[in-house]
Design a protein around this ligand. Structure first.
Ligand code: ATP
Length: 362
């Protein structure tokens, strides 16, 4: 069974801990993206799974077998790197068939496998060309074709699309996801691009400073971030994280002071467990009802900068206590710089975080 498990996996480089106590299980047919800012330990985690880096402590288990002592070639993994190297003197077809070299297949079987994979990756019409005669997108697909031509235990991808331009990335995300879904293998993809993770992953593991902060489906990490870091990292434009004071909680509503204003807003029942305290309130830029007229339980702010984004408009608004709030409205909503706005947070999309930065949720 194709599975990848890491248990309390830790990597130290001298006194520096690059990955700390990482726990993760990837099942057959699952694609898990390791996502996080530069230097958070994504590649080091992947390299430990591959056997390219020795773990300081913890275990790597692939297909139920502890792999810590095994070199990469004995782990039966197919990897696709950011800087994939194609054999320049071999044709596309020969490049695809290279990994089959040691499998002892008959020529007919090997040719059939190459053709099957070439068809999946839409390379069947360029099999006789040389790598310098194909496009960047085709080169990328060739790198993936070489990985899937064998039948390995699992797949590891390190920033597989970062060399492609925006449009090509967009179409390749879908294509790779489709191919991986059909293969029933455990797959780990490293990326720093949240859109890539949100579109390709069954689950996302979000890392920061060597720690896995949250593992969840793309929906969960977006809709139920477990702490302020995940909340601010996932979603564009970034979620607003506004400091506030929780005064009381009654009948499903929290009375808070936010941006120097008193506000009563619906909140998760778990907020009732908090004593009057400092809180951080997270509101996504698209989760406001925006009115130009004064209204109860709204945050007053002044439009300071207006950025058209096509179908939507991003407004940077300044609250009365000097804070910055990002608001996204449909293009049709006319707002002028300097105008007073009254922002009502959508109850269902308002997140409370305690003083420790953790989400307060039932
Ligand atoms: P990026 O997105 O920039 O590739 P990453 O999340 O993949 O970042 P890693 O490459 O895993 O990050 O590196 C994690 C940390 O470990 C970084 O601070 C990096 O400088 C450090 N590091 C990585 N390899 C070594 C090494 N061989 N010796 C010392 N420190 C290292």
């Amino acid at each position: 069974m194709s599975t990848i498990e890491i248990k309390k996996l830790t990597k130290q480089f001298g006194a520096f801990t690059a990955v700390r106590d990482a726990d993760l299980r990837v099942d057959a047919g699952e694609v898990v993206c390791l996502l996080g800012p530069s230097g958070c330990g994504k590649t080091t985690t992947l390299r430990m799974i591959a056997g390219l880096e020795r773990a300081t402590s913890g275990d790597v288990v692939i297909a139920g077998q502890r792999m810590n002592e095994l070199p990469p070639q004995k782990r039966d993994i197919a990897m696709v790197f950011q800087f994939y190297a194609l054999y320049p003197a071999l044709s596309v077809g020969q490049n695809i068939s290279m990994p089959l070299h040691y499998e002892g297949l008959s020529k007919a079987d090997a040719d059939a496998r190459v053709m099957r994979v070439a068809k999946i990756m839409h390379l069947d019409t360029v099999l006789d060309r040389m790598p310098n005669q194909i496009s960047e997108g085709e080169k990328q697909r060739l790198a993936v074709a070489r990985a899937i031509v064998r039948d390995p235990n699992c797949f590891l991808f390190d920033e597989p699309l970062s060399r492609l331009d925006v449009e090509l990335r967009h179409s390749m995300r879908g294509q790779i996801k489709e191919v991986l879904t059909g293969l029933s293998k455990a797959t780990v993809i490293v990326t720093h691009d949240q859109l890539e993770a949100l579109t390709m992953a069954s689950r996302i593991a979000i890392m920061k400073d060597g720690l896995i902060e949250q593992v969840g489906t793309p929906h969960d990490v977006f809709a139920k971030p477990s702490n302020v870091f995940v909340a601010s990292f996932i979603g564009t434009p970034q979620m607003n994280l506004v400091e506030g004071i929780l005064k009381s909680f009654t009948d499903g509503k929290a009375s808070v002071v936010v941006a120097g204003q008193d506000l009563t807003i619906g909140a998760d029942p778990a907020v009732s467990r908090l004593r009057p305290s400092k809180v951080t309130i997270g509101i996504r830029p698209r989760a406001f009802v925006v009115s130009q007229d004064r209204a109860r339980d709204t945050i007053a702010a002044q439009a300071e900068l207006i950025e058209p984004m096509g179908a939507e408009t991003l407004i940077h608004a300044r609250t009365t206590d000097g804070g910055d709030i990002r608001v996204v409205v449909p293009r049709e909503k006319r707002v002028r710089v300097g105008e007073s706005l009254h922002l009502r947070p959508d109850v269902r999309q308002t997140h409370f975080f305690g003083e420790d930065g953790r989400a307060v949720r039932a």
